[in-house]
Design a protein around this ligand. Structure first.
Ligand SMILES: [Zn+2]
Length: 440
């Protein structure tokens, strides 16, 4: 067992007691935090390694609870369109995906992982197809991830059989993996996944004891469909079908009717707010404040970077805080501590990892990041509290170190697991090939 002593000027644990140590220390043994506390010198014990991070702030790594990592390849391809409408998504993304080659995915995923690491994300929830091309890159990056096999079948029986078989094989392939969890990813219930597919997807999730990562209520399509066909809202219909009893990670939830919030709060359901994506797609602001007040678990995600166009979760926290204040016409409508909660524990809870990650506590995984306190944005520390600074004053470019499972993925601002220059060059090469195919 290898032990590492980490010291830093400030340790923000984001635990239930809001403990902050300044200066503070953590002891990491293999992949876990075994102790942490206020002293900069925890006795005269010897450790295998001692790392003094100096004027840096250590905090839990961020959880990006909704993205599609290969889609960095399409960054810039859908400007001026809304991917939140079926037509917008189909005409800008689906047509590109039709000429996409699976071998174009690895460089895109490597660049996405590099950008997430660089800006302080240690765990992400992904949804896409061709997972066999995604998994090796995520493994190499060292990030923790919940990877959902994306399914679009549009009522086509052959597509349904093919996609669900591929999803099952993918879930099988991750059995026993300590950092990667497999999820089932119906793109959108009722919209491009039929009721027949939904029943089979729930069965599959049960068989592998996992959850469903979906898009929900971006433009009201599900409610219109369910009102017409079943005479009730999509959430009430999902409840009747027994689907809400399964863990659901639902991106967006912009148009979910308020009457459904108590139902969502009673089930293992998480709304993932992706405000920058929703704003850029002119889709609207999710009723986040009311959902939180009703007791619905909330997480934060960037969505794909064709949409928004950045993986920086610090930016996402800032945009969400400001958007919610504007939506509610109330300053600090969602308090900064709760926005940080969404970006850490809210995501951890959604993925069933609340005992492992999401806060810095003894016994949890050593998934943490450090930010440079000598950079701009922090002062005056007597005026601006640290949660406000983290949400509104700094960005992911303040991140200097990233650790997952006790292993450095970023050290002093440099990637240790990804050759970013190579990944970027590879991405440019496959993007040029994609452009060529689109022109043909
Ligand atoms: Zn999405």
């Amino acid at each position: 067992m290898a032990t590492t002593l980490l010291r830093a000027e400030k340790v923000v644990t984001l635990d239930a007691q809001d403990t902050i140590y300044q200066p503070g220390y953590l002891v990491v043994e293999d992949d876990r935090i075994v102790e942490l506390g206020p002293q900069s010198t925890p006795g005269n014990r010897r450790f295998d390694r001692e790392v003094d991070l100096g004027p840096r702030l250590i905090m839990p790594g961020l959880v990006n609870a909704h993205t599609h990592s290969p889609m960095v390849l399409f960054r810039g391809h859908a400007e001026g369109h809304s991917l939140f409408t079926f037509e917008g998504w189909y005409n800008t993304i689906r047509v590109v995906e039709e000429v996409l080659d699976p071998d174009m995915l690895p460089p895109a995923v490597a660049v996405s992982c590099a950008e997430m690491i660089r800006t302080g994300t240690t765990c992400f929830a992904d949804q896409y197809f061709w997972m066999d091309k995604i998994v090796p890159e995520v493994r190499k990056s060292g990030l923790r991830a919940a990877l959902a096999y994306g399914v679009v079948e549009m009522g086509d029986e052959a597509a349904r059989e093919r996609e669900l078989a591929a999803a099952a094989a993918f879930l099988e392939s991750l059995a026993g993996d300590s950092r990667l969890i497999g999820w089932v990813g119906p793109h959108a219930f009722f919209v491009d996944n039929s009721e027949e597919a939904m029943a089979l997807e729930v069965e599959l999730a049960d068989r592998f004891q996992t959850g469903l990562h979906i898009h929900l209520a971006t433009d009201g399509s599900e409610d219109r469909y369910c009102q017409e066909k079943y005479g009730q809202t999509a959430i009430q219909q999902l409840k009747e079908m027994g689907i809400l009893d399964h863990p659901i990670l639902a991106a967006h939830c912009i148009t979910v009717p308020e009457e459904d919030f108590p139902t969502l709060a009673e089930h293992p359901f998480t709304v993932v707010v992706a405000s920058s994506s929703a704003m850029k797609n002119a889709a609207g602001a999710a009723p986040l404040k009311a959902m939180i007040e009703a007791g619905v678990n909330a997480a934060l995600g960037t969505d794909n970077v064709t949409n928004n166009n950045s993986y920086d979760m610090f930016k996402e926290m800032q945009i969400t805080g400001k958007l919610m204040s504007l939506r509610e016409r109330t300053p600090n409508a969602v308090p900064t501590r709760h926005i940080l909660e969404m970006a850490t524990m809210g995501g951890a809870r959604a993925l069933g990892l609340e005992d492992e990650i999401g806060s810095l506590e003894a016994g949890k995984k050593a998934d943490l990041i450090s930010l440079d306190l000598t950079e701009i944005g922090w002062p005056p520390v007597g005026g601006q509290d640290v949660y406000t600074a983290l949400v509104y004053a700094v960005s992911g470019m303040h991140v200097r170190d990233v650790m997952v499972d006790g292993r450095w993925l970023l050290r002093d601002g440099r990637w240790t697991t990804i050759d970013y220059a190579q990944a970027r060059a590879d991405l440019e090469r496959v993007h040029a090939e994609l452009e060529k195919r689109l022109a043909e």
